[in-house]
Design a protein around this ligand. Structure first.
Ligand SMILES: Cc1cc2nc3c(=O)[nH]c(=O)nc-3n(C[C@H](O)[C@H](O)[C@H](O)COP(=O)(O)OP(=O)(O)OC[C@H]3O[C@@H](n4cnc5c(N)ncnc54)[C@H](O)[C@@H]3O)c2cc1C
Length: 430
C-alpha cells in the first residue's frame, strides 16, 4: 500500500486518539519498517490528546495486569479469549518497554509505569506516532462517514473531509464525556450498518437513598461481600473493598459490581444488591459467636463487641440503622434485636437509588457486538476495510488494567491488519 498523498487523503484513518486509536496507529505505522510507506491520520475531536489516559489510575495509568484472562471481562468470552491471545501481557510489557516505558507490578497484580505518571505512557504513545510519521489532528471531530467503491471512506470532520482506504473506528464509549468520548461513535458505527447493544455506565459508583447512614461514614472503607440478585437469581457475587462516600458507595468491589445494577435497570427491572460485612461467615456462625460473647462478656456494650468484627464508626451506624442501642450491654440485647443485627451484618440490603452517571463511570457496558467483528483482525464482518477497536465494542473489563489491555490488543490487531500485516499462524485458542 502506498501513501495516496495530499493533506486530505491517507491510507488509514483512525477516528479517535484514545488508548485504542493510538495503539492502532502505532501498530499500522510499525509496518512501515517492513518496507511499506503508509499514510496514517489520527482524527481526534478533543483539542488535546489523551485526557482519559492522563486521569486514569488516579493519574498513574494502570496499563495492564500481570494476569489477564477472559474471566476478567464481560461480553462474548469465546471471542474475547481469541482477541486477548493476540497480545499476551508479556508482549504488552515488551511493547511499552520498546517505547521507553518500564512497567512495575504492584501487590494487587496491577502494572503501572515505574514513573508513577500516566504522562509517561501518553508521551511514549504520541512520540512513537510522530516518529512513525502518523499525522495527529486534534480538534477534528468526525461528524459523518460515507463509503464508495471509487473513493473509499469519505470522512467529514469539523474542518473538512479526509479520504481513506481503510478506517479504524476508535471513538470509545460514553464514559467521561468531557474527554471527548460522548457516544457519537456508536452513531457512526450504526450508520455503517452495525448493531449497538444498549450502553450503560460500568465501573461506576452507586448512590444510596439519602436516609441511609453513608454520609456519616464518608471516607471509611471495609471488606465486604456483595451479592447482586435479579428476579431471584444471583447474577454476581464478589468480595473486596467498599468505600462509603457522601453520596453512597464506591471502591473496587462496588465499581466491579455496578454493571449488573445498571444493566438490569436498563432492561426495566431492578437488581437487589446486598452486602455481607463479614465475608465468608454464615448467619449461624455469627449467631454462635454472639451467644458465646454474651456468656463470656455479658456487660460489654454492643458497639464494643462489634469492633472485633467491623470498624467502630460503622458498628455504631449499623446499630442505629437497625434500631439497636449501641451502648446496651450484650446480655440485655433482646433476641429480636440481635437477629436483626445479625441479618444486617450478613445480608444488608443496600438502598441503591441510581448510579453516579457517565461523568463518574470508568467504562461503558454494551456497544457493537463482538459477533460482528473478525476477531483475528478486528475488521467488520459487515463492512470490509472498516475496523472497530476499544471501548466502542461490547466488552468491558473489571478494575485492574483490563480495559486498557483490551484497548492495546484490539488496536494492535486492527492497526497491523489494516496495514496489510498477517499474523504468523492463527491465534485461535477456543
Ligand atoms: C477516570 C478513569 C480512569 C480509568 N482508569 C483506568 C486504568 O487505570 N486502567 C484501565 O485499564 N482502564 C482505565 N479506565 C478505562 C480506560 O480509560 C478505557 O477503557 C480506555 O481509555 C478506552 O480506550 P478507547 O481508546 O477505546 O476509548 P477512549 O479512551 O475513550 O478514546 C476515544 C477517543 O475518541 C475520541 N472521539 C470520540 N468521538 C469522536 C469523533 N466523533 N471524532 C473524533 N474523535 C472522537 C475521543 O475524544 C477520545 O479521545 C479509566 C477510565 C476513566 C474514565
Amino acid at each position: 500500500m502506498s501513501n495516496v498523498g495530499g493533506p486530505d487523503a491517507c491510507d488509514i484513518a483512525v477516528v479517535g486518539a484514545g488508548a485504542a486509536g493510538l495503539a492502532a496507529a502505532i501498530a499500522a505505522g510499525d509496518q512501515t519498517n517492513t518496507g511499506h510507506a503508509l499514510g496514517i491520520t489520527l482524527l481526534e475531536s478533543a483539542r488535546t490528546i489523551g485526557a482519559k489516559i492522563l486521569v486514569s489510575g488516579g493519574g498513574r495509568c494502570n496499563v495492564t495486569h500481570e494476569t489477564v484472562t477472559p474471566q476478567d471481562y464481560f461480553g462474548n468470552r469465546r471471542i474475547i479469549k481469541n482477541v486477548l491471545a493476540a497480545l499476551p501481557v508479556k508482549d504488552t510489557v515488551a511493547w511499552f518497554e520498546s517505547m521507553g516505558v518500564s512497567l512495575k507490578r504492584e501487590e494487587t497484580g496491577k502494572l503501572f509505569p515505574v514513573t508513577n505518571k500516566s504522562r509517561t505512557v501518553l508521551n511514549a504513545l504520541t512520540d512513537r506516532c510522530r516518529k512513525l510519521g502518523v499525522v495527529i489532528r486534534p480538534d477534528h471531530r468526525v461528524a459523518d462517514i460515507e463509503h464508495s467503491q471509487d473513493t473509499g471512506f469519505v470522512i467529514r470532520h469539523r474542518h473538512g473531509t479526509v479520504h481513506a482506504k481503510k478506517l479504524i473506528l476508535a471513538t470509545g464509549g460514553r464514559s467521561l464525556p468531557k474527554s471527548g468520548s460522548d457516544g457519537f461513535g456508536y452513531e457512526l458505527a450504526r450508520r455503517l450498518g452495525h448493531e449497538v447493544t444498549p450502553t450503560v455506565p460500568a465501573l461506576v459508583p452507586l448512590m444510596l437513598d439519602d436516609r441511609m447512614f453513608h454520609k456519616t461514614l464518608s471516607g471509611l472503607s471495609q471488606e465486604v461481600e456483595l451479592t447482586t440478585v435479579v428476579a431471584g437469581r444471583t447474577v454476581d457475587q464478589r468480595t473486596g473493598s467498599l468505600l462509603w462516600t457522601h453520596f453512597g458507595i464506591s471502591g473496587p468491589v462496588v465499581m466491579d459490581a455496578s454493571r449488573f445494577w445498571t444493566l438490569t435497570r436498563e432492561q426495566g427491572s431492578m437488581a437487589q444488591v446486598s452486602a455481607s460485612f463479614l465475608p465468608g461467615q454464615t448467619q449461624e456462625q455469627v449467631r454462635q459467636w454472639f451467644t458465646a460473647q454474651a456468656t463470656d462478656h455479658p456487660r460489654r456494650s454492643l458497639a464494643r463487641l462489634l469492633t472485633h468484627l467491623i470498624p467502630e464508626r460503622f458498628a455504631e451506624a449499623l446499630c442505629r440503622q437497625v434500631a439497636c442501642d449501641p451502648q446496651q450491654a450484650i446480655a440485655q440485647v433482646r433476641r429480636a434485636d440481635r437477629e436483626r443485627l445479625i441479618s444486617s451484618l450478613t445480608k444488608f440490603a443496600l438502598p441503591i437509588e441510581r448510579d453516579r452517571g457517565w461523568n463518574y463511570a470508568e467504562v461503558t457496558a454494551g456497544g457493537v457486538p463482538l459477533e460482528e467483528i473478525n476477531y483475528q483482525t478486528m475488521e467488520s464482518k459487515l463492512f470490509p476495510g472498516l475496523y472497530l477497536v476499544g471501548e466502542i465494542l461490547d466488552c468491558d473489563g473489571r478494575i485492574g488494567g483490563f480495559n486498557f489491555q483490551w484497548a492495546w490488543t484490539t488496536g494492535f490487531l486492527a492497526g497491523g491488519a489494516a496495514a496489510g500485516f498477517r499474523p504468523r499462524g492463527e491465534h485461535h485458542v477456543a
